[in-house]
Every structure is written in structure tokens, then in C-alpha cells.
Design a protein around this ligand. Structure first.
Ligand code: ZN
Length: 459
């Protein structure tokens, strides 16, 4: 099977040039001008289009038992939605809770993806307790190709680890060369503030943000950084939402701490007033860390533009209207999550690149290349180079459309970005050389996605 993408503007980090890309056996084998193709080659004319490396979402939830229910997507629905939006690889959080066996959980999460995902995928392995068997199990999981961990400072007694367990996880990660991603909100403060607000009769979704204020996230970020500093491990703050937390991370970075930062799509475009809307509308905008005061958005955009924020993911985690209503009597029972896997690339392009907040270089880096480098996928993923997997996005910057739940492929009955206009979308998306999407339609092979084995790289 051969494929030629002709005459597109090929954009990678540090380079932008018109040319052709030739693909054989799932990989890019030639890049140049006026390439000849053998008979039978599928040819895509990319004149007037941008050609990007397949985008990588470093933070998604697909299979997830959480808050008395399950997230709505399967790997079939999530991967098709991802591909339509230009994301060709995602890294799912594998999240067995404290009472589950970690290794059995890992096998379960893998089984949910294998043969179902239409795009390639990997996992961050959540460490939700640290017992006698944990080190041996984690060594086995790393040997299987899952070379990144996840810890939660929040969600006490469910996903959360205490400081002792955080230390043990980081110390092991340092020895194994594994990067540790972390949800940085102090569990104790969140629990106390939730109790206090509920006792005052404050039960609506507008109280979710005040129960986990910016200072609580900044404290968690700073504490995670201090633990990294004292173990020498490499870390990655997931879904950083506000200026205070960014300052904590950057203060650590300036001391030489190996800390990286991800922010996620909702925090760039939505603010806490969305969760203050009455009734279920407010509940649809509950995630953690919460949507913040609007002035944080400029800080986040600027953080991505300068590279202070390494990556932009989604924290994709769909719960439908009925599930959100589980929290109608108390905000602490609203399933946390705002989906975005399908819309991330188009919204970042529209509100970042088109609005002059991001240059194309940082856009590609933050949405693809940097995640590939941090998580052991580069240069197989995250760039357009000879030898790389032919995950390619032929992007139409002239497309105009409107985001709507009616036309989305994510398995959910609302879209938090409803009504936003997009200025660009993928016209062709390939996974290892196979055309999976054309002009907003999935036309490819279901179950084509492969588990990506990764080597530890953070010694
Ligand atoms: Zn998450």
C-alpha cells in the first residue's frame, strides 16, 4: 500500500516548506518536491492545505468507572471522534482505584482498547496505592511498554495517594526512568472545603470551584514539585488551570526541578461562570481542577506561546446530562469531566493560531511533538520525517463550521463548546498510511489502532 500526499505546506516544529510526502508500509519513506509515485499509489492533492504530523492527546479518559458511574465513550467512539478532529494518538489514563489490583486493572484497560480503537494509543498507569506488591507490578507494566505513571493528590480514598505513597512512587520512577504525571490538588483541603460549603447549604454546581480554589491547586503543584526535587524524578503536571499553579511550577523549574506542564482545552475557552449557570447547564461544566476566573485564560495562552506550558491535552471525560444530574442535590456528586477529544485541534487552531496567540510552530509542538518527546513516542510519532509513522493531517485552513452536539461523534448528548465557530479542520487524516478520515467523515478501518510500546527515557 503506497500513498502520496502532494504539494502541501508541510509543518513541523522548526520547519515549514511546500512538498510531497510518500508513504510505504505505514511509514514515511520520502519527502521532497515532485515525487514520482508507482502505479496504484493513492494520491491526495494537498494544494492550499497545511500538512501536520498526527496530533497527540496526552490526557484522555475512555474506560472509566468514576463517581458511581462510567464515562460514556468506548474506544470505538472516542477514537473515531479523535481522528475526525485530527488526533491520531491518544494516551489514556489507566485508573484502577485503591481497592483494585493494579496489574488486573492494567490488563482490563488494555482489553477495552485492543481491537476497538481506530487510532494508536498508549497508557499512563495510575498508581493509586503503594503496597508490598506495587514495585513488582509496576516493573512488569513498564516492561510491557507503559513508561509513564499517574498519581492523584486529589480524590482521597479512591484514586488519591498520600505523601508517603507519592514519595515511594517517585523514588521508583526515578530508578526506572519513568515520568510521573500528577493531578495536583490537595485532597484534605478539598474534602474540608466541600464539607464546609455543604454545611452552609451551598449545594449547586457554582460551589464546585470555591471548594477547590486556585490556592489548593497551587499548593498541590508546589508540593509535587518539592517531592520531584527531593527524589530527582521527572514529573508532568496534568490539566494545570490557573496562574497561581503555573507560578508554582515555574518557580520549581527555575530551581532545576524536572517538571513539565500540561493544560487542557476547557480552561482556555471556558471560565467559571459556565458552572454558575442554573441547573444542569452548570453541572455540564464541572471538572477538576474547576473552570477558573477568566483572567487565567490569557495566562494559559501566553504560557503555551512561550513554551512555559509544554502541552495542551483535553482531559476528555464524557458524562451525559442524566449522569451529571447525579449531582443535582450536591455538587460533590456531579461526575467530573468535560469532553473535548474531537474539538481540541480545531479550537486550538482557531482561537490560538488564527487569533494570533500561537504561532504554527508552538501549535504543532503543544498539540503533538512535545507530548511525543516527553512520553517516549518521538520520532515515531509527533513529526513528519523519513522513518516516522505516516500519521498525517492534511488540514484545510479555509473550512468554516460551528461546533454542535448534533454533529459530534463523541458519545454524549451535549458539547461544552456548542456554538463556537471553527476556522479550519482536517480534510484527510491518516493512521500509519491508511486514510481514516475525509472531510469530517470516518471512512477507514475500525480497530486499526495499535498499542504503542514505549521505553523509559527519564533517567
Ligand atoms: Zn484526567
Amino acid at each position: 500500500m503506497t500513498l502520496l500526499i502532494r504539494n502541501g505546506e508541510i509543518v513541523t516544529v522548526g520547519s515549514r516548506a511546500r512538498g510531497d510526502i510518500f508513504v510505504e508500509n505505514e511509514a514515511i519513506t520520502r519527502i521532497g518536491r515532485n515525487l514520482e509515485a508507482p502505479a496504484g499509489t493513492e494520491v491526495i492533492d494537498a494544494t492550499g492545505k497545511l500538512v501536520f504530523p498526527g496530533f497527540i492527546d496526552p490526557h484522555v479518559h475512555i474506560y472509566l468507572p468514576f463517581m458511581a458511574t462510567f464515562a460514556k465513550d468506548t474506544h470505538e467512539t472516542a477514537s473515531i471522534a479523535a481522528l475526525i478532529g485530527g488526533t491520531t494518538t491518544y494516551i489514556e489514563m489507566c485508573c484502577p482505584n485503591r481497592n483494585d489490583d493494579a496489574l488486573a486493572g492494567y490488563q482490563l484497560w488494555k482489553a477495552k482498547a485492543e481491537g476497538y480503537s481506530a487510532c494508536d494509543y498508549a497508557f499512563h498507569m495510575a498508581v493509586t496505592k503503594f503496597g508490598d506488591e506495587t514495585e513488582a507490578q509496576l516493573r512488569q507494566i513498564v516492561a510491557d511498554g507503559t513508561a509513564s505513571f499517574k498519581i492523584f493528590l486529589a480524590y482521597k480514598n479512591f484514586f488519591g495517594v498520600d505523601d508517603g505513597e507519592m514519595y515511594q512512587t517517585l523514588e521508583l520512577a526515578k530508578r526506572l526512568g519513568v515520568i510521573v504525571t500528577a493531578h495536583c490538588e490537595d485532597a484534605e483541603l478539598v474534602a474540608r472545603l466541600q464539607q464546609k460549603l455543604l454545611a452552609e447549604g451551598k449545594t449547586g454546581p457554582e460551589w464546585h470551584e470555591p471548594s477547590r480554589p486556585e490556592s489548593v491547586e497551587a499548593e498541590g503543584t508546589g508540593r509535587f514539585a518539592t517531592f520531584l526535587e527531593n527524589t530527582g524524578a521527572a514529573g508532568y503536571v496534568v490539566h494545570l488551570s490557573c496562574e497561581k499553579a503555573l507560578q508554582a511550577a515555574l518557580a520549581a523549574k527555575s530551581r532545576g526541578v524536572r517538571i513539565h506542564v500540561e493544560s487542557v482545552l476547557p480552561h482556555f475557552l471556558l471560565d467559571k461562570t459556565f458552572a454558575e449557570r442554573p441547573g444542569v447547564d452548570g453541572m455540564k461544566h464541572v471538572m477538576s481542577p474547576p473552570l477558573r476566573a477568566k483572567q487565567n485564560q490569557a495566562v494559559l495562552w501566553n504560557g503555551v506561546a512561550t513554551g512555559a506550558i509544554d502541552t495542551v491535552g483535553t482531559d476528555h471525560c464524557p458524562f451525559d446530562t442524566a449522569q451529571k444530574l447525579l449531582g443535582k442535590d450536591s455538587f460533590v456528586n456531579i461526575p467530573n469531566g468535560i469532553p473535548g477529544i474531537e474539538d481540541r485541534v480545531n479550537l486550538l487552531y482557531t482561537f490560538g493560531v488564527k487569533r494570533g496567540r500561537l504561532d504554527l510552530d508552538r501549535f504543532v509542538d503543544a498539540a503533538s511533538t512535545r507530548a511525543a518527546k516527553l512520553f517516549g513516542l518521538f520520532p515515531r510519532k509527533g513529526t513528519i520525517a523519513v522513518g516516522s509513522d505516516a500519521d498525517l493531517v492534511v488540514y484545510d485552513p479555509e473550512y468554516r463550521g460551528v461546533i454542535s452536539a448534533k454533529s459530534q461523534h463523541v458519545n454524549n448528548d451535549y458539547n461544552a463548546f456548542e456554538g463556537l465557530q471553527i476556522e479550519g479542520r482536517p480534510s484527510v487524516v491518516t493512521v500509519r498510511g491508511k486514510v481514516q478520515v475525509r472531510d469530517g467523515k470516518f471512512i477507514g478501518e475500525r480497530g486499526r489502532g495499535r498499542f504503542l510500546k514505549r521505553e523509559p527515557s527519564h533517567f
